[in-house]
Each structure stands twice: as structure tokens, then as C-alpha cells.
Write a protein that binds this ligand. Sequence first.
Ligand code: PLP
Length: 484
Amino acid sequence: MSQNNLFLTPDSGDKSAYIRMMESTVHAIAEAVDHGQAYAGMGPYELRAAVHSEELLPAQGRSFEEILSEVKEKILPNLVRPMSTNYMAHLHSPALLETVAAEIILSTFNQSMDSWDQAPVATEIEVEVVRNLCKLYGYDEKGDGVFTSGGSQSNLSGLLLARDWFCNTKLNWDVKKFGLPEQFRRFRMYASEISHFSMEKSAHLMGLGYDAVAKIPVDDAMRMDMKAFREQIEKDIKEGFFPFCACATVGTTDFGSIDPMKEMRGICDEFGMWLHADAAYGSGVILSEKYAHRVAGLAACDSITVDFHKMFLMPISCSVSLIKDGKNFEALTLHADYLNREEDEEDGYINLVNKSMQTTRRFDALKVWISFRMRGKEGWSELITKCIDNAAYFYSQLAKRDDVEVIVKPEISSVVFRLLPVAGSTEDADTMNKRIRRSLLHNKGVVIGQTVCRGNTCLKFTLLNPLQNEKKLDELLALILSLR
Ligand SMILES: Cc1ncc(COP(=O)(O)O)c(C=O)c1O
């Protein structure tokens, strides 16, 4: 082998190369964070031209130092800064320092979570983290879970288990063996009209199609309307459909509104349905001593999507799919002689692939383990509560103005609003709000969200950064108003 320093090995040369590369990278990163803007990089055309290269794989390579200087020049300045208090566009959080450190451990050792022999202690840590999470969300010892790539996959995992549970228990049909039963075109699942698009995507992937998702209207607080939910199920049953599952969105993408889980549980029980909670956003609320009661209904759901790369401030990817009765994971279990042998499992080797749609999988549970132990209940409660308090404050500032329309009082940490044109302006409100967002992005280093609510273009603050504060929110509002 003509090339040195491929991996971190016991060799002293490899060790110094590892330390040198990590140190120079960490220094380059820290130096690049030299301003408070959320984005100070190029616009789309300029950026595309700057990174365009004919030679991704040149005939001869160059040194790491040379490539790192290219990274410093082309890449680092053009990264958005989720850690900036000027960044609040999406459910996209900054990453806590200790969880970035955890990423170095898990990438260096590159454990793969499919089988015990690829991830011994990592397997035991994931099991331990999942056990504690089940307890945190109110599940008993039957609860179980698995880490996934994100909220979309956690939703798919929960909904797939719901479909198979329904087929097994109500139709006496094993989907795993035989595929979908003949009634599949009449399967129905229910989610609010503002639920995440992973509902439809999951329905497609499960072989049911988008039309299997009945979209239920929301009330003025942007929560699923319970009367409409019940009426839709009753109508569907009369027409020969099979309602198998409902999804409560616990923190809608735009508004952070929380569907009424306890009422949904009652209706699901009445009609023999599984209740899934898409708490990709709202799962973090459980750690706020002040606000945890808002998500207490999660304990009543059959499955829960928890995203750690949203409110929990961890690097992407980090999510978990929790199931109230872990035996439903059987739907995802398949033994292979080369990987997860039953004989090994009988001897106590846990192969987490048995619960997962993925095979090779990251040791993301380490980030949760390190950060939960480091900050404790008190530290976590402070971080989450601050974000929710910030949203309540910003809402109160907007609600007292008559030149701003604020859509709904926040239940978590998102505020959606729309500026109204000033007297004498010829620009319509939609055009003005869109122009303001673009101008903030390219001229002011401020990245905020934009969405449509009841046909109108709105602006959105998704406040996931606990460094955000009232003074800064006042300044941002003044800046936005000045751009009208
Ligand atoms: C309510 C909700 N569910 C699911 C998701 C999907 O999560 P992910 O992007 O981690 O796949 C999102 C993403 O923002 C979301 O807002």
C-alpha cells in the first residue's frame, strides 16, 4: 500500500495524522464562525458556479491541507448557521457541543447498529436509551423502540406496524408473508389537513396510495376537528372502507399545534384503530417542566415519532420510533444466516436490525445518552422552556399590533404571521411578505420561514434556539417592519 494514514490505528503515525486532521478541521470550523449572521454566503447561481468542478476525481490526489483550504474558501462561508439567533426558518436546530463531540466518536469507530457483533456497547446503549425514552413518554415495560434516520422514517415505521397490526388482528392476514390483503384499496388512515407530507409518502410506500389518507379539517387553533374526524370515519365505514389508523400531529410543521390525543384515543378505541403520534416536533416539550402537560396525551398513543434533530438540538440525523407494545416490531423481523442468527439471539446477543427498516445504521443513540446525562432534567427543562417562552413573547408583541396579522397562539415555539401593507402602498400583501423574506436572506443575514395559510403568504419564526431572547426578537421585528 503506497498510501499512509488511512485509519486511526494503534500506529503512532496514524494517531498523529488523526489528531492533526481533527485539530485542523476543528480550527477551520471555529474560525469560520466569525459573524452572527444566519447566512452570509452567495446566492444560488454564483454558488453553483463557485463549486462547479470538472474534476471531482482527479488523476492524482492532493494533501488534506490543500483540500481543507478549499473547504475553507468554498464551503464553510456558504453554510447556513442554525446556531445564529438570526436563523429561524425551519424545524432545523443548532447542534449542542457535546452532541457534536459524540459525532466524532460515532464516526471514528463507525459502529453499525444492525447486529451485536458490529456494535456491542452501542447496541446496549441504544437499548438503554430506548428503555428510558419509553418511560419518559409514559409507556410501560412492554414499550420498545428503534433509532431511525428521521421523522419521516419514524412515521413510516409506526404506520407500517399499524397496518400490519390491523391486518393481523382484524383481518387475520399476514402482510409480511402474503403482501396486502384484497381489501387494501379500501384501507383508510386519518390525519389533519395540515399534517406532515410523510403521511401521504408513507401511504404510497405502504402500497396504499395517497388517497388512503383522509385529511381532516382543523379548528381555529389548527388542531384536528374531532367532530369532523368522527363523521369522516362513520361515513367511510358506511361506504365500506376500513379505518385502520389515525395520526395525531403533536407539533404541526408550521404552527406547532397539537392534535387532541386523548379524544383521538377514545375515537380510535371505539372503531378499533391504531393511534400514531407524529411528535417529530413536539416530542421535546416533554422535557419542559412548565409545559410537559401539553403533550401528556402521548402516553395514550400506540406509536410515537420522536425527533432529536429538532427541539432536542442534536446533529442530523437522530430520531426514534417508539411502540407501546414492542411485540409489533415482529413485522420488521427477518432472520438471515449472515447477520442476525436466531441461535445467537438465544444466547443473549441482541441484533437491533430485528426492529428496523434499515440494515446498516448509525449509533445516534450516543448523542442522546451523552447529552441527557450531561445536562440532566434541570438543564433540559431550561433549554426547552426558553424556546416556548420566546414564542409566547413574540406572539404577544405581534398580537398587539394592527398592522400585523398573527395566525394562531403558539402551543410550542412557532409563530406564523403576516405583515399588512401600509396605507398608500401599491404592493399586495403576498408580494410584500415574500419580498421581505428574500431581502432578509440576501441582504440582512436573517433566515426566516415562509408558508401559506388559508391562501395567504405568511412569514414564520420557528424558535428552536435557546440563545434567542426578547431583546433580539424586538430587534428582528423592528427590522422586518422597516422593510415594508
Ligand atoms: C410534523 C413533522 N413530522 C415529520 C417530519 C419529518 O421529519 P424529518 O425531516 O426528520 O424526516 C417533519 C419535518 O419537519 C415534521 O414537521
